[in-house]
Write a protein that binds this ligand. Structure first.
Ligand SMILES: [Zn+2]
Length: 268
């Protein structure tokens, strides 16, 4: 049986794909990755992601947002521009946005302000949010709680935490994005504990390519670049750890992503 997967987190605008993006797309399709949501991380990459999605509407959609690392670039002009991008038919979510106190490349206050502003944009645009959180669980959940009733849904992208944080996200109505972090037995231990507890109707899969090459991928590409074609490898691990078949994980994650991002309403 041929599987069909959606990679909800693909950084296809990354420089490392500049030379062979068409081949990367072709390899993904050949592997059963039939759609990718291209992540925007700042205004310029959000524009670029929207351009890619417009050029390949049958296989790509995109997000528009400002990653917490770039929170200091957020201001009224960026807010305007993001809202404009969200009017495009192929821009399906706001993000990635959130809080990152781990690398703390931007001051916390600026991160919180940019995050809140993007949640406001999402509510106004009636689009779901694509969320990033690292070492900031409490502030992140507290801010989301303020918006929970008004948001058109959201996904905690690259979820790496354990059962307690999972429970809180589920109560906030979020879906859960699982990357190749799960393929790392040591680093992904808490995630592996939480994974079987994710309801089948909240689970999504993603590569976060070119980042997070699955640790147990064999053979490993010499470039160490992750790419969407490796998503079935991640989905197979997710299936094994949940005691499901690959086919059932593919069917549920594709259904969930299609619903959250409104992909069936778009003409492709
Ligand atoms: Zn992220």
């Amino acid at each position: 049986m041929k599987i069909s997967l959606i990679d909800i987190g693909s950084n296809l605008t990354h420089d490392s794909f500049a030379g062979d993006r068409d081949e990367v797309l072709a390899r993904a399709l050949a592997a059963g990755v039939d759609r990718q949501i291209v992540t925007g991380t700042d205004l310029s990459s959000s524009h670029q992601a929207a351009g890619l999605a417009a050029a390949h509407p049958s296989v790509l959609s995109s997000t528009a947002g400002v990653h917490p690392h770039h929170a200091q670039s957020f201001g009224p002009a960026v807010r305007e521009a993001l809202s404009g991008l969200l009017n495009g038919p192929h821009v399906v979510a706001v993000g990635e946005c959130g809080l990152d106190y781990c690398r703390a490349l931007a001051p916390r206050e600026a991160q919180r302000a940019a995050f809140i502003a993007q949640l406001e944009i999402a509510v106004a645009a009636r689009k779901p949010v694509f969320l990033h959180q690292r070492d900031a669980h409490e502030d992140f959940a507290a801010i989301l709680r303020e918006f929970a009733g008004d948001l058109a849904g959201g996904v905690a992208h690259c979820f790496t935490e354990g059962p307690a944080e999972l429970q809180e996200y589920l109560e906030l109505g979020l879906s859960i994005g699982v990357t190749g972090w799960v393929n790392d037995e040591r680093r992904g231990q808490r995630l592996r504990e939480a994974l079987p507890l994710i309801p089948a109707d909240r689970l999504m899969v993603e590569t976060d390519a070119p980042y997070l090459l699955p640790r147990d991928l064999a053979p490993r590409p010499a470039s160490r670049r992750n790419e969407p074609a490796f998503l079935p490898h991640i989905a197979r691990t997710v299936a094994r750890l949940r005691g499901e078949t690959l086919e059932s994980v593919a069917a549920s994650t594709t259904r969930n992503a299609t619903r959250l991002f409104g992909l069936d309403a778009r003409d492709s």
